[in-house]
Design a protein around this ligand. Structure first.
Ligand SMILES: Cc1cc2nc3c(=O)[nH]c(=O)nc-3n(C[C@H](O)[C@H](O)[C@H](O)COP(=O)(O)OP(=O)(O)OC[C@H]3O[C@@H](n4cnc5c(N)ncnc54)[C@H](O)[C@@H]3O)c2cc1C
Length: 614
């Protein structure tokens, strides 16, 4: 028995366990209560749901709203839009399901107190673009969290979930989860009839542009640590499109968003010499991807591609032309306010670098890659679709249930459904919550049970990094480097370097090939071996240690998928230099992976893409 196995164990029973209280988790909690008045609904969150997740510091726009009440868009239109942006590959059944319900979610947000800007002439919500509406969103997350708090039986904040628990009798059925309180060190065993994973996306798996002291400044939230992927992967749940990482064009050094600038302020970009450059790359891009370059709007990855090629040709930096539009005081205010509600750091960067966008066109850059399922890419778990809309092949159980019984997901967790954003993630949480209640109702007396040996074994494993530190620190004679353990930050930097250099990060110009991926996997395996020797000096570092574990698992999955898809489907997100062209004959399909916990082997396969909407 290890030193820290003596930490108290707390048992919590529930009907529905929601892991992660971000947008999707709050939606899942709210809806589980609506359909399951008598159910015990528990939320477990590693931070505090009041200000947790990717929406923590607020947003300036809700990026997914149809406006069906004014006949602005229909759900089918959104499916077409997302399909086009993802170069043909989305789960149309899941996307349609979100789009048909998302407006009601946004109306609830307004009812709960979220200020949504109105067009003074029409009285409708102020549009930023075809899908986006503008909000005064600094308090977006606390408003949404209040609804979840009131709906939940109990919210357990400051508990990081490290592993899922499986059922004693049915090996492919989930039975709960374990984790630890990051403040008190108590070990938690959550027993549940259904589990909804809503633990956000993955930043910091590729080396960020901001390093050293600035490494906490990434575009996607630095606390999005891939638990949404690692937890299901380790149970054997199938994952999809994990190669489909996202790279974003953002204002340099602060990762400030460009959506309001392009869509609302109508600013545009130019190269270092003041020239338009996208048309320069038209023929070249057409050779790579064919007609996809002629689609409207031009898919996000292809716009990145022109940017990257122009920079490679030595005509960078690319700048956003703000000087013209900022002469209008109203638009100037909007330009600044856009950061104040969402990315205040960008305003600080500009102030510190003497950039006044009224007089200087600010530089743009492309970010390091992120893995996520709710923004303009769709990595995540392979989920069963809605029964009234999904083709047979996409239906094996309850809506949003993964390939593991009783295990549901929403938001960044679920793959194949890009462009759901904050409102769509909450909506998908609602869909998963309703389905989970049905699942629990149908269970009857045949309910999952956890194994004592499993959670007791995990207790030792979870606290092992503290034990490693406690014992190993005696060998240190100077500094912090121990011969027998590795600190989480060192492991993280090693992971980021491997992913960056071998799997298509910034320093490889987003480019990889089979030999690089093969070596990357070898190095990831060596890193995995060393994770058993992580050392954590306190509970905070223990959390970092488990975040690293989750990031490494997700990274391995990303690398396997990138190896499997022998084409370059999304130039601008990443390039397979050995297969530089889009190949619709062989690869107009989803990629699926499954990890075998016992053998450590991955199995990859293709799944068909069904086009349901014309
Ligand atoms: C910079 C940025 C700008 C964006 N701009 C917009 C925008 O303008 N409009 C828009 O609509 N959307 C925007 N989005 C997208 C939106 O934020 C996401 O789509 C949405 O938050 C995804 O919801 P989620 O619940 O999947 O993840 P999150 O909201 O990130 O929630 C995940 C939760 O899980 C918790 N968690 C993670 N791991 C664990 C664990 N192991 N144990 C317990 N808890 C855990 C996290 O702390 C977090 O609370 C933006 C995102 C970012 C990062």
């Amino acid at each position: 028995m290890g030193l820290f196995s003596r930490n108290k164990t707390v048992f919590v029973d529930s009907d529905i366990l929601v892991i992660g209280g971000g947008m999707a988790g709050c939606g899942a909690t709210y809806e589980s209560r609506y359909w399951g008045r008598d159910k015990k609904v528990i939320v477990v969150e590693k931070a505090n749901i009041e200000r947790s997740g990717a929406v923590a510091q607020g947003l300036y726009a809700i990026n997914c709203y149809m406006g069906m009440q004014w006949d602005e868009n229909q759900p089918e239109d959104h499916v077409r839009y997302a399909r086009n942006d993802l170069m043909g590959l989305v789960r149309e059944d899941l996307g349609y399901d979100i789009a048909r319900h998302v407006d009601s979610t946004v109306h609830k947000f307004e009812e709960w107190g979220l200020p949504i800007m109105k067009d003074p002439e029409t009285g409708r919500y102020q549009r930023e673009g075809q899908w986006q509406i503008m909000i005064h969103g600094e308090s977006y997350k606390p408003i949404v969290a209040e609804a979840a708090r009131k709906a939940a039986t109990e919210v357990y904040n400051r508990i990081m979930v490290t592993h899922l628990l499986m059922d004693k009798t049915k090996p492919n059925r989930v039975a709960g989860a374990v984790g630890f309180n990051v403040r008190s060190g108590e070990f938690y065993v959550f027993r549940a009839k259904a589990v909804i994973v809503a633990a956000g996306g993955a930043s910091h798996i590729f080396k960020p542009r901001a390093v050293g002291e600035g490494m906490g400044r990434t575009w996607y939230a630095p606390w999005s640590s891939a638990s949404a992927y690692a937890l299901p992967i380790l149970t054997g749940a199938k994952m999809t499109q994990m190669e489909n990482r996202i790279v974003l064009t953002r204002f340099k050094d602060g990762y400030g968003p460009v959506g309001a600038y392009f869509l609302h302020l109508k600013t545009y970009t130019e190269n270092a010499y003041g020239d338009e450059y996208e048309t320069t790359w038209y023929e070249h891009t057409k050779e790579l991807v064919g007609d996809y370059i002629d689609r409207h709007p031009v898919p996000t990855c292809l716009r990145n591609h022109a940017f990257l090629e122009e920079v490679k040709a030595g005509r960078g930096p690319i700048r956003m032309v703000t000087k013209e539009v900022f002469q209008d005081p109203h638009k100037e205010t909007i330009g600044w306010e856009n950061f104040l509600g969402m990315t205040i750091g960008q305003a600080v960067v500009w102030a510190s670098q003497n950039i006044d966008p009224k007089h200087t066109n600010p530089e743009l850059t492309t970010s390091e890659p992120y893995v996520m399922g709710s923004h303009a890419t769709c990595s995540g778990a392979w989920a069963s679709g809605p029964e009234d809309y999904a083709p047979d092949e996409y239906q094996w159980g309850y809506n949003r249930m993964m390939t593991v019984d009783g295990l549901f997901g929403a938001g960044d967790t679920i793959g194949g459904t890009a462009h759901k954003f904050s409102s769509g993630s909450f909506t998908e949480g609602r869909i998963a919550g309703k389905a989970a209640v049905n699942y629990v109702n149908d269970l009857g007396t045949e309910q999952p049970e956890v194994r004592e040996a499993e959670y007791e074994g995990l207790k030792t494993v979870v606290f092992q990094p503290m034990e490693n530190y406690e014992v190993g620190r005696n060998e240190i004679v100077a500094g912090t480097v121990s011969p027998s353990y590795m600190l989480p930050i060192h492991g993280l930097q090693r992971l980021e370097k491997i992913m960056d250099e071998y799997v298509g990060g910034i320093s490889a110009h987003y480019t990889t090939n089979e030999p690089l991926l093969t070596r990357g996997l070898e190095l990831l395996n060596m890193l995995k071996e060393d994770l058993a020797h992580l050392g954590a000096e306190d509970l905070h570092q223990l959390q970092r240690a488990w975040e690293l574990h989750h990031r490494v698992t997700a990274s391995e999955c990303v690398t396997q998928h990138t190896m499997f898809r022998t084409e370059t489907r999304w130039p601008g997100y990443y390039y397979r230099a050995d297969h530089p062209k889009l190949d619709d004959t062989d690869w107009h399909c989803f990629t699926l992976s499954q990890y075998d916990r016992e053998s450590g082997a991955w199995e990859l396969e293709k799944a068909p893409v069904y086009h349901i909407v014309d």
